[in-house]
Design a protein around this ligand. Structure first.
Ligand code: GLP
Length: 246
């Protein structure tokens, strides 16, 4: 694993954009796995800025988002489809028909999960998967205890996640209690992975994920098994690391 420690969120956005832009060169179609949450916003802003100036070109890029709440319309301002349009897709030259977010409104989420897996496989897999991390170590919505081999499926959110994410909703009771998420197995199949994290509230879970044992109790620790995973984290999120990383 590579760990890159950066000074602040803007620097994180630039480093992450560099990694993606370099990887995108000479590959068509490029397949990006994307994440929501506040952490990847500086990355999206940097990619938007570059796209509007000299590149990269997203006209043939295909994207798969990690997850979506169950029960929120795409027009709901807290749905992940809405977030992605607002924060990224509406500002770049991507074909919206090539942007996929799991459908959390379907009557048959099990089938949605299977179809999502098939679509990712059908296009040849994800080239670069972007991840954030929950304060409990979740990736996507794979909460502690998720199988390290899990695939796209419906999950129940923990109290910790509902409480963390309630800051975006008017009332805590408005936060959906279920979601559909790529599994840890799905995520680990990506050719490259980057996990972005900032803020001192992530420091403890970051140290456990990077330097602790691989365990389903800390889903992000599964990245230790991946051959090409990079952590891009701000100094305040890195304070609990004990080993030397460069
Ligand atoms: C949600 C998402 C995760 C994300 C996490 C952290 O739970 N499902 O993919 O990593 O939030 O969010 P933030 O970046 O706002 O701390």
């Amino acid at each position: 694993m590579k760990v890159i420690i950066v000074s602040d969120k803007n620097h994180m956005g630039q480093v992450a954009a560099d990694l993606i832009e370099t990887d995108m060169k000479n590959k068509t179609p490029y397949v990006l796995g994307l994440a929501t949450g506040s952490t990847p916003i500086p990355l999206y802003q940097e990619l938007i800025r570059r796209n509007q100036e000299t590149g990269p070109d997203f006209s043939t890029t295909v994207t798969f988002n990690l997850d979506e709440y169950v029960g929120l319309e795409a027009t709901h301002d807290q749905s992940y489809r809405y977030f992605m349009n607002q924060e990224f897709f509406d500002h770049i030259n991507i074909n919206k028909d090539s942007t996929f977010v799991p459908n959390g409104l379907s009557e048959n989420i099990e089938e949605v999960g299977k179809d999502y897996e098939k679509a990712i496989c059908g296009i040849g897999g994800i080239d670069y998967q972007v991840l954030g991390i929950g304060t409990n170590g979740h990736i996507g919505f794979n909460e502690p205890g998720s199988s390290l081999a899990s695939r796209t499926r419906k999950v129940r959110l923990t109290e910790n996640t509902i409480s963390d994410n309630s800051r975006f909703f008017e009332r805590k009771e408005d936060v959906p209690t279920e979601a559909i998420t790529m599994g840890i197995g799905t995520i680990l199949d990506a050719r490259k992975i980057m996990l972005l994290a900032s803020g001192s509230n992530k420091a403890e879970t970051i140290a456990k994920s990077i330097e602790g044992p691989i365990t389903a109790t800390i889903p992000a620790s599964s990245l230790q098994m991946h051959p090409d995973a990079t952590w891009v984290i701000t100094e305040d999120a890195a304070v609990n690391l004990q080993l030397e990383w460069d």
